[in-house]
Design a protein around this ligand. Structure first.
Ligand code: LIP
Length: 279
């Protein structure tokens, strides 16, 4: 069921997404154990989970069960619930977990409310989203038709993507997966791109990279191997800031490829990125 909530409900959902992301953001900073270790690993030995990823997701799951019992849930650390309302919350309790483990201040809590079937590539879309970087005290948020905003130090600013159209003058963000063979392919694509752009940035959090595109801090961003929770909220920040987010060959953004930026830059970057499947 793909029904956009009414504008008044979108406002309430956006506020809830912001409140939840802020609360989980405080938790992962205030309650970080002094000697934080790796609680578990997932796809590879470098794909780590900390106890704070688990606690942050537990907090989000509990709050949503209390406040929105009919909504569904899809969380990175395994939280899932079928939707009865048509809304499914897609959450990443800590995006940029390796940065969090190393205390690099570039990690985020990402919370999005989506319509459609989140288990189907291209079968869903975010209608509200919030991304908090608790270390920089920045809250990026958006709702469908309501624009994208950055709240920082008590002030709020409307966001818009950069108007850079020249690929050679573009600052492009990207990332690498946890599988070594895949990383080699991803590095080869960076090698091909490096002399066609201004420079490359690798921040370590897809949610923050997408928000950087929305804020014009990056001209474009692309990555393969992302899950729905890595891209859901950030994707809406980009589109509500006037940009586009696509997948391979202009399709829906999914695990195969997420490519974001202004229409002009995405059209120039796509032929290079599309030509190198990284699966
Ligand atoms: C991370 C993404 C990042 C990517 C990492 C990892 P996680 O998500 O945000 O863009 O390069 O490989 O997937 O694992 O920290 O939630």
């Amino acid at each position: 069921m793909d029904t956009t909530p009414a504008p008044s409900e979108l406002v309430a959902l956006e506020q809830l997404a912001c409140d939840l992301a802020l609360e989980a953001g405080r938790l992962i900073v205030d309650e970080r154990p002094d000697r934080l270790g790796v609680a578990a690993t997932k796809s590879t030995a470098t794909d780590v989970v900390t106890v704070m990823d688990q606690r942050s997701e537990e907090l989000l799951r509990t709050r949503l069960e209390q406040l929105r019992p009919d909504d569904g849930l899809l969380g990175e650390e395994g939280g899932s619930r079928q939707s009865r309302s048509g809304i499914t919350w897609v959450v990443d309790p800590i995006d940029g977990t390796v940065n969090y483990l190393y205390q690099l201040p570039a990690y985020a809590v990402s919370v999005a409310a989506c319509v459609g079937d989140v288990s189907v590539s291209g079968g869903w879309r975010p209608v509200v989203g919030a991304v908090v970087n608790p270390m920089t005290d920045e809250l990026f948020h958006a709702r469908q038709g309501g624009g994208a905003h950055l709240r920082h130090a008590g002030r709020s600013a409307q966001l818009s993507v950069s108007n850079q159209t020249d690929l050679a003058l573009s600052l492009v963000g990207t990332g690498f997966g946890y599988d070594a063979a895949k990383r080699r392919k991803q590095a080869a694509l960076v090698g091909e791109l490096i002399d066609q752009v201004r420079d490359i940035r690798r921040a370590g959090s897809a949610a923050l990279d997408l928000c950087s595109v929305g804020a014009g801090r990056l001209d474009a961003y692309y990555e393969s191997g992302l899950n729905a929770w890595d891209q859901a909220a950030g994707r809406l920040v980009v589109t509500e800031a006037g940009g586009v987010v696509v997948g391979r060959s202009g399709g829906a953004p999914d695990a195969d490829l997420v490519l974001a930026g202004s229409r002009a830059l995405v059209d120039r970057l796509a032929p290079v990125v599309d030509a190198r499947p990284l699966g």
